[in-house]
Design a protein around this ligand. Structure first.
Ligand code: PEP
Length: 251
């Protein structure tokens, strides 16, 4: 399975950052680094730089994604972008249901499911984020929470051949904390099981399941070596191209 290394820039950066894909490629050349042909790189900048980033990434073999989209195709939704609008910028991925979207902007499983449906219809690849809070983990409910988010966030009409899942424990995001390697393996195995129930083994086995939450150059190798971990969704370390290249080199 190919490995997807995705950087979520959140609300960071300005238009001068369109140089970053070239900066990344200078540090991690597409045709030189070992194993690179199995790696897909994805940068998810704020919406105002999507089009410029998509243009700047052409020929560099780097995909561009957005961090959200609306489920409706148009209408009186001030401040929102539809999936078709995102696709028009040249982006081809969309992160959906990130824990910050769920906690701050009220994204529910139902809404994530509708957005996933809209994204796939627009030709985008959705990356659905799931993950438990610290309290849920401490109460021993991590698997149950993640299973329920998977069931609720994948729409009935989902195309399992065009879907990525990111397991991001909320308590590990931006904190420097990570679950143990065993705990990551347990949840990824559980996610694979949920996907198998939903799509059948043939399709489920091809779905990339990313890990996200304080991935950095020093822990990437161990995490990315896990059987069911097909990449990483990276926040803080993804703002710095040197760190991102080091993470990609760890694959
Ligand atoms: C994230 O926000 O999705 C994330 C994983 O952030 P960080 O890598 O900074 O923990």
């Amino acid at each position: 399975m190919r490995t997807l290394i995705a950087a979520n820039w959140k609300m960071h950066g300005n238009l001068s950052w369109v140089q970053k894909p070239a900066e990344f490629r200078a540090l991690f050349p597409a045709n030189q680094a070992k194993g690179d042909k199995n790696i897909d790189m994805l940068l998810c900048p704020p919406a105002h730089m999507l089009e410029a980033m998509a243009r700047a990434s052409e020929g560099l073999d780097i995909s561009i994604g957005t961090q959200n989209c609306h489920d409706q195709s148009s209408g009186a939704y001030t401040g929102e972008l539809s999936a078709d609008m995102v696709a028009e910028t040249g982006a081809n991925y969309v992160i959906l249901g990130h824990s910050e979207r769920r906690a701050i902007f009220g994204d529910t499983d139902d809404w994530v499911a509708s957005k996933t449906s809209a994204a796939q219809k627009a030709g985008l690849t959705p990356i659905i984020c799931v993950g438990e809070s610290r309290a849920e983990r401490e109460a021993g409910h991590a698997e149950e929470v993640v299973g329920s988010q998977i069931a609720g966030s994948i729409p009935m009409d989902a195309d399992g051949d065009n879907l990525v899942i990111a397991y991001e424990p909320v308590w590990a995001i931006g904190t420097g904390l990570t679950p143990t390697i065993e705990d990551i393996a347990i949840i990824h195995d559980h996610v694979r099981g949920c996907l198998t129930t939903r799509f059948g083994a043939k399709t489920a086995d091809k779905i990339q399941i990313l890990y996200g939450g304080s991935v950095k150059p020093s822990n990437a190798k161990e995490i990315l070596a896990l059987k069911d971990v097909a990449g990483a969704l990276i926040g803080g370390a993804g703002l710095d191209m040197e760190s991102l290249a080091a993470i990609a080199a760890a694959v």
